[in-house]
Design a protein around this ligand. Structure first.
Ligand SMILES: [Zn+2]
Length: 220
């Protein structure tokens, strides 16, 4: 599940070696999980000049205990492949003998960046429904947008730092707002969208802001 790559440091040309993990299990590799959450699993430091390079690579993350798996890929073609793989994994007709049968209740997701992978893990480990969290992020961003007077919220991210569940909102310039997650709002949105959101579950694996927009617009 681990391999090594090397590349030339873009700043000084020194050979940099980096470890790549194609699979990480949250319940079996706590060390790698911690590195994934602090971002260092996708970073390599040059020993000569100290430059930090980002190393992007596909990864499958799973947590058997919490019953979810997340596949990190980088383009739409790969999303298509993983979608097919996920569909087959629950149909009882896996691609090959090496594919273990997947529990029907297992939550399967596809993400397109290491940041999105980190966020999903924090959402699931907080015992929350990522579909409701995505819808909630829209509500928070809309409210923050009003306060910005002209600037736009470019991204909103769920985080859980030492048990503090928050929504962090960013403009192009950087972090603009941090708001604690309101349990009351979460429950309100769960009542309104919960059933409708799970209806879409088995057909879509990329649960992000675009997905949330479409759902909210459809059921407004
Ligand atoms: Zn260097």
């Amino acid at each position: 599940m681990r391999s090594k790559v090397s590349f030339k440091c873009p700043k000084c040309g020194q050979n940099v070696e980096a470890e790549q993990w194609s699979a990480v299990s949250g319940d079996k590799n706590p060390q790698q999980k911690a590195k994934l959450l602090d971002g260092s699993l996708f970073k390599a430091v040059c020993r000569k000049c100290g430059r930090v390079s980002t190393v992007g690579y596909p990864m499958i993350y799973n947590d058997m205990k919490e019953n979810y798996m997340i596949w990190l890929v980088y383009d739409t073609e790969e999303v298509g492949h993983v979608t097919e793989y996920f569909k087959k994994s629950k149909s009882g007709q896996p691609d090959d003998d090496s594919q273990e049968p997947v529990d029907p209740g297992c939550r399967q997701r596809i993400v397109l960046s290491p940041e999105a992978l980190r966020e999903k893990i924090m959402i699931f480990d907080s015992g929350l429904d990522d579909k409701i969290v995505e819808i909630m992020k829209l509500a928070y961003s809309k409210e923050a947008q009003i306060k910005l007077r002209g600037d736009t919220i470019a991204a909103a991210l769920f985080s859980n730092r030492d048990g503090e569940k928050q929504i962090e909102m960013y403009t192009e310039k950087g972090k603009a707002f941090v708001a604690p997650v309101s349990r009351a709002l979460y429950e309100q949105l769960e009542d309104k969208y919960g059933g409708k959101a799970s209806y879409a579950e088995d057909r879509v694996y990329v649960i992000d802001d675009v997905w949330a927009w479409q759902l909210v617009r459809q059921f407004q």
